[in-house]
Ligand binder design. Structure first.
Ligand code: SF4
Length: 82
């Protein structure tokens, strides 16, 4: 699928949001992705965090399953949780 800067997720009705998130993660180049073990660790922390709502971090608006997959990304809190 060709990325569109003008589309909202709600307009991408041909794929579920989860599928979209998975595709976005898969599109991150391997050398920019964190290890699977680190990914699971980060998501485990997010899962216990009060800032998580329906897969989205309320601090930054990112879907955490995308943010956590990027090696150089971090939790946006001043006192980072990961
Ligand atoms: S990225 Fe940080 S603030 Fe956001 S949900 Fe995860 S642990 Fe919480």
């Amino acid at each position: 699928m060709t990325p569109c800067r003008k589309c909202l997720l709600s307009e991408l009705s041909d794929l579920s949001l989860y599928e979209q998130v998975q595709k976005t993660v898969a599109a991150i180049p391997e050398d920019l992705r964190c290890t699977e073990r680190e990914y699971r660790r980060r998501l485990g922390i997010c899962r216990e965090c009060g800032e998580l709502l329906s897969g989205m971090c309320l601090q930054c608006g990112c879907y955490v399953e995308v943010r956590a997959a990027k090696e150089k990304a971090g939790c946006p809190l001043v006192k980072r949780r990961w």
